[in-house]
Design a protein around this ligand. Structure first.
Ligand SMILES: Cc1cc2nc3c(=O)[nH]c(=O)nc-3n(C[C@H](O)[C@H](O)[C@H](O)COP(=O)(O)O)c2cc1C
Length: 279
């Protein structure tokens, strides 16, 4: 997306702060301009752009004010290549800007211990809040980048060779990669990738099971995304019995335990301040 002139946002705290920044048409156009880009022009990102993008990421909402995430920026080219190899995603190395987006309850635990609190046992909650925080901040980063005319790619391939990645990046207990995020000026313009019908993802008041005809409709709606028009076949290779996710599951469970993020593991404590902090 090229630069557009947006109306100035209102002053925080004033009534005008809620006035819209985009028209409905502009919002639709911006949303439709999104695509995942894996090929980038070899242009360094200006510092002020990166600064503004990171500012946007840190303005993301965060559970209980805790900011349970960390971004590992890969600025060393040899390291970028190693991460590209480990994750089998070459754009880690070729993107002008590459991050590994992590959940992080380590910093929170250090803060609490520094202030004399004893660790509690909440590994499931740590993963729930930490991944949520990391995703919100990372997607805010990507949206901000897209508003400045960049495109990017989330990289779940961090789960391939996850333990080696944790070692390479020196991630302490309580820190777990969620995904990579690469950003740059796109050097490709892929066709827009479809989505399933909204009626399948928005449920009115109660969960609604899809009809068989709707399951067929999903296959039709998503046909364009695969070479042979068979989306279920593609998903099956990832998620069905014997698919790639079963392999990833083994590696993830091992790293969850190592990072103190399974029941009985140390290191995921917090004294309950949720009422005060608005959790
Ligand atoms: C959490 C997450 C992980 C992803 N992992 C990868 C990945 O490892 N490699 C890759 O090339 N694309 C990856 N993608 C990009 C998706 O393939 C892409 O978003 C999807 O095909 C929809 O395309 P679109 O973003 O162009 O609409 C990932 C996206 C998300 C949200």
């Amino acid at each position: 997306m090229t630069t557009t002139s947006l109306p100035a946002a209102g002053t925080p705290g004033s009534a005008e702060a809620t006035s819209s920044v985009l028209s409905v048409e502009q919002l639709r156009a911006f949303s439709d301009a999104h695509f995942t880009a894996r090929q980038y022009l070899p242009e360094a990102m200006p510092e002020d752009h990166l600064d503004a993008i990171l500012h946007a990421a840190q303005r993301a909402p965060t559970d209980a004010t805790a900011q349970m995430y960390s971004f590992i920026q890969l600025s060393d080219q040899a390291l970028k290549q190693q991460v590209a190899d480990l994750t089998v995603n070459p754009h880690f190395a070729t993107a002008p800007v590459s991050f590994v987006i992590c959940m992080d309850v380590h910093r929170l635990n250090l803060l609490l211990e520094h202030h004399g609190f004893e660790r509690g046992e909440w590994p499931g909650v740590a993963v729930h809040f930490g991944i949520g925080d990391a995703v919100l901040a990372g997607q805010s980063m990507l949206l901000a980048a897209e508003l400045l005319g960049y495109m990017g790619c989330w990289i779940g391939g961090v789960l391939t060779n996850l333990e080696a990645l944790v070692d390479l990046l020196g991630l302490p207990e309580g820190v777990l990669p969620f995904a990579g995020l690469t950003i740059g000026r796109a050097a490709e313009t892929p066709a827009q990738r479809p989505r399933i019908a909204r009626s399948l993802v928005v449920h009115q008041n109660r969960y609604r099971e899809p009809e068989k005809s709707e399951l067929d409709g999903m296959q039709t709606d998503m046909a364009a995304i695969t070479a042979r028009g068979d989306w279920a076949q593609t998903l099956g290779r990832y998620f069905a019995k014997g698919g790639g996710m079963e392999v990833r599951e083994v590696g993830l469970q091992k790293v969850l335990a190592r990072q103190g993020l399974t029941p009985g593991a140390a290191g995921t404590s917090q004294t309950d301040t949720s009422a005060e902090a608005g959790a």
